[in-house]
Design a protein around this ligand. Structure first.
Ligand code: PLP
Length: 456
C-alpha cells in the first residue's frame, strides 16, 4: 500500500459544538488586565471592540459551545476537511512512524482561518455591526475575513503588514476580490501608523503595529468592530472543529496519535488540532505528546518571557499574560508572515507553563527543505507557516526511525502555499536567508514590558 490514504467524514459529522479547553484546565487562566488600572477587565470593557457573544465565549468555562446553524451551513462548503495518512512520505523517510495530517487548505481562502472568520462575521452581523477592521500578516487571515464579510454583508478593512503586502500581491488581490479594502501597515490612516512612520519611513511593519491600526479604527466608530485572527480564547475555540473531526477520522483509521504537531504564530491552528485531544487527556484519557513549532526568528514560546504584555505595539489593547518577545519587537521579514507575532495565545502559553505541551523553533531554510520534501511525496505545497509543522512532524518521524519506535504522528497542515510561491522561488534560488532577530532589540523590547504586580 504505497498511496496516501484519505479519511473522509460525511457532512453530518461536522461538529455541532466548539470545544472549550477552559472547562478542563487544571488551573484557571490568569485574568486579562485593564491597561490603565491593571485590574481584571469585565465584559463591558471589551464591548467597544467585540460583540457580546464573542466576549462571553472569551471568558466561558462551558465545555461545549453550540455552533450556530448559519455558521455550520457555511462550514458545510468545505468541512469536514480530509485527513490523510502520508504513506509516501513515510516511505521516503524510511520511518516506522505512521504519519497523518489534517488538511485545512481546502477552505475557500486556503487555510484554517475561515473557521473563525465565518463565526466572527456571523456574531458581528447578528449584533448589528456594519464594518470590521483587522490586521493580517501573510494575508491568509485577511482574505478569510474578507470572504466571511462578503457572505454576511459586512464591510471589511484589512491592515496588511507592509513586508507581506510587498511579498504577496496576490493575497491582496484576493481580499479585494472578496470586496475588502487592504491597506499596507504602518499607514497614514491612523495615529499609530503615523507615529511609526515618523520614526522610520520604510518600516517593514509587524502584526503588533497592524493590530494597533485596526483597533484604533474600530474604537473610533460605533458601527465598526475589530476582529482578530488568532491569540484570543474565542478564536482558538472556533478552531476546535479541526481536532474534533480529526478524532473521528483517526478512529476510522483505527489509530490514536502519540504525537501531535502544529505550527504556532498566535496559536490558533495548533489549538484547533491539539485542544480536543488535550481535553480528552485532562479528563483521564490517553496522554499525547503535543509539540508547538515556531520560527527561530520570532521565538515567543521558546525564547520569550511569560509576562503580562500588550497585544499590539501602540498599546491600545488590554494586558494578557503570555509568552512574549515584547510588544515593540519587530521580527525580521522572513516568509512565514503569519508567524511574525511578538506574543503567543494566553491559553497556549499557560499550557506550556503547565508542561502540558512542548515547543521547538526552526530556521526558515530547514523549514522550506521539509516543505519541499513533503510536496514531492504528497503533492500538496504547504504554506510557509505550515512548513513549520511539516518540519516538526518529519523530525519526530526520523526520531521514530532512530529509536525504532513505531509511533503515530498527527500534524495540522493548516494551509496551502499557492499564494506563497515567491518564497519557494527564493528558496530554490538560494536567496532564503536564515534571518536572525536583533538580540539588542529583543532585550530592549523585553525591558519595556509593562510592570504589573502579578494577579495570577
Ligand atoms: C497558513 C497559516 N498558518 C498559521 C498561521 C499562524 O496563526 P495561528 O498560530 O493562529 O494558526 C497563519 C497566520 O496568518 C497562517 O496564515
Amino acid at each position: 500500500m504505497d498511496d496516501s490514504i484519505k479519511y473522509l467524514l460525511d457532512e453530518s459529522r461536522i461538529p455541532r459544538h466548539w470545544y472549550n479547553l477552559q472547562a478542563d484546565l487544571p488551573k484557571a487562566l490568569p485574568p486579562v488586565l485593564h491597561p490603565g488600572t491593571h485590574k481584571p477587565v469585565g465584559p463591558d470593557d471589551l464591548a467597544p471592540l467585540f460583540p457580546m457573544e464573542l466576549i462571553l465565549q472569551e471568558v466561558s468555562t462551558e465545555r461545549e459551545i453550540e455552533i450556530p446553524g448559519p455558521v455550520r451551513d457555511v462550514y458545510r462548503q468545505w468541512r469536514p476537511t480530509p485527513l490523510y495518512r502520508a504513506r509516501r512520505l513515510e516511505k521516503v523517510l524510511q520511518t516506522p512512524a505512521r504519519i497523518y495530517y489534517k488538511y485545512e487548505g481546502v477552505s475557500p481562502a486556503g487555510s484554517h482561518k475561515p473557521n473563525t472568520a465565518v463565526a466572527q462575521a456571523y456574531y458581528n452581523k447578528a449584533a448589528g455591526v456594519k464594518r470590521l477592521s483587522t490586521e493580517t500578516g501573510a494575508g491568509q487571515w485577511g482574505s478569510s475575513l474578507a470572504f466571511a464579510g462578503a457572505l454576511f454583508g459586512l464591510e471589511v478593512q484589512v491592515f496588511m503588514v507592509r513586508v507581506s503586502y510587498d511579498q504577496k500581491p496576490y493575497r491582496r488581490a484576493l481580499m479585494e476580490t472578496y470586496g475588502a479594502r487592504c491597506t499596507p501597515s504602518p499607514s497614514n490612516e491612523t495615529q499609530s501608523g503615523r507615529a511609526i512612520l515618523a520614526q522610520r519611513a520604510d518600516h517593514p511593519g509587524s502584526l503588533g503595529i497592524a493590530i494597533s491600526e485596526a483597533v484604533e479604527i474600530a474604537a473610533q466608530r460605533d458601527d465598526t468592530k475589530y476582529a482578530l485572527g488568532s491569540v484570543l480564547n474565542h478564536v482558538l475555540l472556533h478552531q476546535t472543529v479541526i481536532g474534533q473531526e480529526a478524532m473521528a477520522q483517526m478512529e476510522m483509521a483505527d489509530d490514536y496519535p502519540d504525537v501531535i504537531v502544529g505550527c504556532t504564530g498566535g496559536g490558533s491552528n495548533f489549538a484547533g488540532i491539539a485542544f480536543p485531544y488535550l481535553g480528552a487527556q485532562l479528563r483521564g484519557g490517553r496522554k499525547v505528546d503535543i509539540v508547538a513549532v515556531e520560527p527561530a526568528a520570532c521565538p515567543s514560546l521558546t525564547r520569550g518571557r511569560y509576562a503580562y504584555d500588550f497585544g499590539d505595539t501602540g498599546h491600545l489593547t488590554p494586558l494578557t499574560k503570555m509568552h512574549t518577545l515584547g510588544s515593540t519587537f519587530t521580527p525580521p521579514g522572513f516568509h512565514a508572515g503569519g508567524l511574525r507575532y511578538h506574543g503567543m495565545a494566553p491559553l497556549v502559553s499557560h499550557l506550556k507553563e503547565l508542561h502540558l505541551i512542548r515547543a521547538r523553533a526552526y530556521k526558515q531554510s530547514a523549514v522550506f527543505e521539509a516543505g519541499v520534501q513533503f510536496a514531492r511525496a504528497e503533492g500538496i505545497v504547504p504554506a510557509p507557516e505550515a512548513n513549520h509543522a511539516v518540519k516538526g512532524a518529519i523530525d519526530e518521524a526520523i526520531r521514530c526511525r532512530e529509536e525504532g519506535r513505531p509511533r503515530a504522528i498527527l500534524f495540522n497542515l493548516c494551509g496551502h502555499g499557492h499564494f506563497d510561491m515567491q518564497a519557494y522561488i527564493d528558496y530554490f534560488g538560494g536567496k532564503l536567508a536564515d534571518l536572525d532577530y536583533d538580540e539588542a532589540e529583543l532585550a530592549m523590547a523585553l525591558a519595556g514590558l509593562p510592570s504589573v504586580r502579578d494577579a495570577a
